[in-house]
Design a protein around this ligand. Structure first.
Ligand code: UDP
Length: 235
């Protein structure tokens, strides 16, 4: 038996780079596609939000000389490129997908329509939400939280390169230990940074559990949805 019926998986743009320092690595994409297939094969409905940090981040106005809001729109477009790459990877392993964009671009993606997204999920299609929230000054973590709540996902899974949330940065502090579970409130008091505040608050206010886990360990996603203790649960 598996624990969840509908999940929203949030992947960072950078995770697609693998060992490269820009863009995306086709091995990573096909690995992620396999991982995702292993859970859709169980009958679990999967929605995806992908970041854009491997291509463009809007926040560094000082560095790029591009106004923040303008750069943010560029960042949102980057998420659509990643979404299309993931879509191609997922279709290669035989999955059915739909890409929905928060910014209209009808030739390549459906516009975001909540009820339609839900219908696709019910039919077993993977829905990829592109272009973040469609608004500057937000992040794709916020898009992930928002969409997860909108589609009534049971949980948001934040796939990262680390295997969970630690008491301190494990790379700087050798005494740091991993939490199996932690409450939203504890995250706030201990200043554990899981997501940006906007994204985190949305989850907390709507009681959407978050699981931070290592997406790069083979089989982890499947173990997680089957109820094994993988990563850190924030609830
Ligand atoms: N972005 C935005 N609004 C959103 C989501 C994303 O403006 O709702 C922009 C923002 O500039 C951000 C970039 O898109 O830096 C890429 O997203 P993010 O940094 O969240 O990607 P990740 O870190 O997950 O790769």
């Amino acid at each position: 038996m598996h624990k969840y019926k509908r999940i929203l998986l949030k992947l960072s743009g950078e995770s697609l780079m693998g060992d490269k320092n820009f863009g995306m690595d086709s091995d990573v994409i096909s690995q992620y596609a396999k991982e995702i297939k292993s859970v859709t094969d169980l009958g679990i409905e999967v929605a995806l939000v992908i970041g854009g940090g491997n291509i463009y981040r809007g926040m560094n106005e000082a560095e790029t000389g591009i106004e923040r809001a303008h750069g943010d729109y560029m960042g949102m477009l980057a998420t659509v490129i990643n979404g299309m790459a993931l879509q191609a990877g997922l279709e290669k392993v035989g999955l059915f997908t739909r890409l929905q964009s928060a910014i209209k671009m009808e030739q390549i993606a459906e516009p975001y329509i909540r009820r339609r997204a839900i219908r696709h999920l019910e039919k077993g299609r993977i829905v990829i939400f592109g272009a973040g929230t469609g608004n500057p000054y937000f992040t794709t973590d916020t898009a992930g939280s928002l969409r997860a709540i909108e589609i009534n996902a049971d949980v948001i899974l934040k796939g990262t390169r680390v295997d969970g949330v630690y008491t301190a940065d494990p790379e700087k502090d050798s005494t740091a230990t991993k939490y199996d579970e932690v409450t939203y409130q504890e995250c706030l008091t201990k200043n554990l940074r899981i997501m940006d505040m906007t994204a985190f608050t949305l989850c907390m206010e709507n009681s959407l559990p978050i699981i931070v886990f290592d997406m790069n360990r083979e089989g982890n996603l499947k173990r997680l949805v089957e109820g094994e203790k993988v990563g850190t649960l924030i609830h």
